[in-house]
Design a binder for this molecule. Structure first.
Ligand code: FES
Length: 263
């Protein structure tokens, strides 16, 4: 993991990767695609703008114009994996891709995770699809990283199998792991040993709860934030968030921010 990263490592153009597999993992899909034209060493926490390479347009059989931002979950010899939840027409059409089809992408983009504070253990906290950028982070950090995951249900919790783990699990309905919030697991871990750096990705309410717990205990936290992203490389200002130092574009100065930066 690099101690300091440039703002973006992306080559400027859109290129086509080739889909090698689309697999069902419980309530999610994992899309794998060979990106032979791209950098082989994206940094955990960076993201790609994804769209189908063919058939984009506004019609019922076509794919929506705007690409979608996805943190990559894993990279192996140029093959990228992305975790996908179908939530609308754009993600539904990405899930319909088949091996051999093209996946248009731009990336890797943004600034990912930084190393843990010296002398602390890494504690990875993911909610739902936010587990994705923690998969490659766990690989990078090795067995000293502890992983805490929260999901809606057992079907969503099947994504926990992507981790070397085994991760500690919480679900909203108690159908897998404990019936609890992942922030409950976090608080218990920090009560036992506050000598940690927290890396968190998930929905906004979860990240706010992580930020509050870490601030209370005095633990450094890095948060991978979500925002609507239209371009992914700083041109549209659609991803602006407020920080203590003013507004920033999440796609070039994030998506990973230190919790203490947030306004
Ligand atoms: Fe366009 Fe960030 S997504 S500026």
């Amino acid at each position: 993991m690099k101690a300091t990263e440039p703002r973006t490592l992306a080559p400027p153009g859109r290129r086509t990767a080739h889909v090698t597999a689309v697999e069902r993992v419980g309530a999610y899909h994992v899309i794998r695609a060979l990106d032979s034209g791209g950098p082989a060493d994206p940094q955990p926490g960076q993201f790609y703008m994804l769209s189908s390479a063919e058939g984009w347009g506004g019609g019922a059989d076509e794919r929506p114009y705007l690409p979608r931002a996805f943190s990559y979950a894993r990279v192996r010899e140029g093959e990228l994996s992305f975790l996908l939840e179908v939530v609308g027409p754009g993600t539904a059409r990405l899930a319909e891709l088949r091996p051999g089809e093209g996946l248009a992408l731009v990336g890797p983009l943004g600034v990912g995770w930084r190393p843990p504070r010296e002398g602390t253990r890494p504690l990875l906290v993911g909610g739902g699809i936010g587990a994705a950028p923690l998969v490659c982070l766990e690989e990078e950090l090795g067995p000293e990283a502890a992983v805490l995951l929260g999901f809606r249900s057992a079907a969503h919790a099947e994504a926990a199998a992507l981790f070397a783990g085994p991760p500690a699990l919480a679900t909203d309905d108690g159908s897998a792991g404990r019936q609890a919030l992942v922030t409950d697991l976090l608080r218990e871990e920090l009560d036992i040993d506050p000598g940690a750096t927290v890396f968190a990705c998930g929905p906004p309410a979860m990240l706010e709860a992580v930020r509050a717990v870490c601030a209370e205990v005095g633990v450094p936290a890095q948060l991978a934030l979500e925002s609507g992203m239209a371009c992914g490389f700083g041109a549209c200002f659609g991803c602006v968030v407020a920080t203590r130092d003013g507004y920033i574009r999440l796609c070039v100065d994030g998506p990973v921010l230190d919790a203490e930066q947030l306004a």
